[in-house]
Design a protein around this ligand. Structure first.
Ligand SMILES: Cc1cc2nc3c(=O)[nH]c(=O)nc-3n(C[C@H](O)[C@H](O)[C@H](O)COP(=O)(O)OP(=O)(O)OC[C@H]3O[C@@H](n4cnc5c(N)ncnc54)[C@H](O)[C@@H]3O)c2cc1C
Ligand code: SF4
Length: 351
């Protein structure tokens, strides 16, 4: 019997890793990406240097894209989306929006996340003041080579505030999860700003610092001790303007006193929301979502990549906030599960 390909949906780090693993093993993969290009958030959003490797996203993830494009066993379809998905493990049929049909052995959902929209946090000034921006915008400033500038008039800022946990750990707006990478990304970004513009002072406002694991030394402590980044443990009330500069008002929660500091540029360290497509993906692929809206994993351990539907696997930030290295590892794990259909076997054994 001819083996059908593995269908992979989403061409970010997780989907690229899955496609490369399937292709390198000698099996066929079809990679369906809704955007016009591969690479996921790091490429499509123009990230600068990644943590923890300090490699440019365009080199690190761009390299993954090139390897997948050169893999003769992988068919890449961009500007494409799956509209219907029917059948059973070993014999699925996916129908794309343009009517094209793909027969598949199994499917891997690597559909990632959506960046938190800071307009949902209006009291912190985004959308009102042009010099309130997001970490994604600062990534783009750095990767474009233009340096750090205030969007309003192009000046180099004297003082920058990075506000952590914007759209994460915030029950009032229905987002109680921690987005995992933004503390480390922000500490790294603060060091990059100091390197690009040594006259600029950078302050990080935080509830808690979660530079987890080995990132504590290389990012949290290094940013303070070598780059002289200042950390303020605070509860922020609002970001306003005095007509000349932005003003961050809040309470310093260590000394329990009000704190008001003027800034030239305020950066929201935005979190990782569930992909806005997840309700549609859930309906099309017949997979359940967890209570936060991410795609549910059947179990966290032995059948790591398995969804609620046998033969359909999930990897990366589609399952919740993930780092790139974990998204890649999960993509490879999902490829192995899909090729061996271990999950199906185990699920059947449990019946
Ligand atoms: C500001 C910021 C900076 C970050 N910097 C770092 C860092 O330095 N290091 C690090 O480890 N992590 C970083 N991250 C996290 C990183 O972005 C994620 O770990 C990574 O993008 C997850 O990869 P993924 O493939 O799971 O998802 P994504 O990168 O989101 O890729 C998903 C892909 O699926 C596609 N897609 C979505 N829906 C569909 C659909 N319905 N049909 C077809 N295709 C679809 C998307 O277009 C996209 O190409 C950062 C996050 C943020 C917010
Ligand atoms: S990683 Fe840090 S900034 Fe991001 S949500 Fe968690 S605690 Fe907040």
């Amino acid at each position: 019997m001819t083996e059908r390909p593995i269908l992979i949906v989403g061409g970010g780090p997780a989907g690229l890793a899955a496609a490369q693993a399937v292709g390198t093993s000698g099996r066929k993969a079809v990679l369906v990406e809704k955007a016009a290009a591969l690479g996921g958030a790091p490429i499509l959003q123009g990230y600068a240097k990644l943590v923890p490797s300090h490699e440019w996203a365009r080199d690190a993830i761009g390299g993954m894209v090139a390897r997948v494009q050169q893999n003769a066993n992988v068919t890449v379809l961009t500007d494409a989306q799956v509209q219907a998905f029917a059948g059973e493990p070993g014999r699925f049929v996916a129908t794309l929006k343009d009517g094209k049909r793909i027969e598949a052995e199994a499917a891997i959902l690597a559909t990632g996340f959506t960046h938190f929209d800071s307009l949902n946090k209006p009291e912190w000034g985004f959308g009102t003041y042009p010099d309130v921006v997001t970490t994604v915008q600062v990534e783009q400033m750095i990767s474009s080579g233009k340096g750090i500038r205030c969007p309003s008039d192009g000046r180099v800022p004297d003082r920058v505030a990075i506000l952590l946990c914007v759209g994460s750990r915030d029950r009032q707006i229905g987002r109680e999860w921690c987005s995992k990478v933004c503390c480390t990304v922000s500490a790294n970004m603060a060091m990059e700003i100091r390197e690009l513009s040594p006259q600029t002072n950078v302050y990080i406002y935080y509830m808690d610092i979660r530079t987890f694991g080995l990132y504590e030394g290389e990012f949290y402590w290094k940013s303070q001790e070598e780059a002289k980044v200042k950390y303020i443990k605070a509860r922020i009330a609002e970001v306003t303007s005095d007509g000349k500069r932005l003003v961050v008002k809040g309470e310093d929660t260590l000394v329990k006193r009000p704190i008001t500091i003027p800034f030239d540029l305020v950066v929201h360290a935005i979190g990782m929301d569930p992909n806005v497509d997840n309700m549609t993906l859930s309906a099309v692929f017949g997979v359940t979502l967890n209570r936060y809206g991410y795609i549910d994993k059947a179990t966290p351990y032995a059948q790591m990549a398995q969804t609620s539907r046998p033969g359909v696997y999930v990897a990366g930030a589609a399952t919740g906030p993930e780092t790139i290295d974990d998204a890649i590892a999960q993509g490879q794990a999902a490829a192995l599960a899909a090729m061996t259909r271990a999950g199906v076997g185990l699920a059947r054994a449990a019946e």
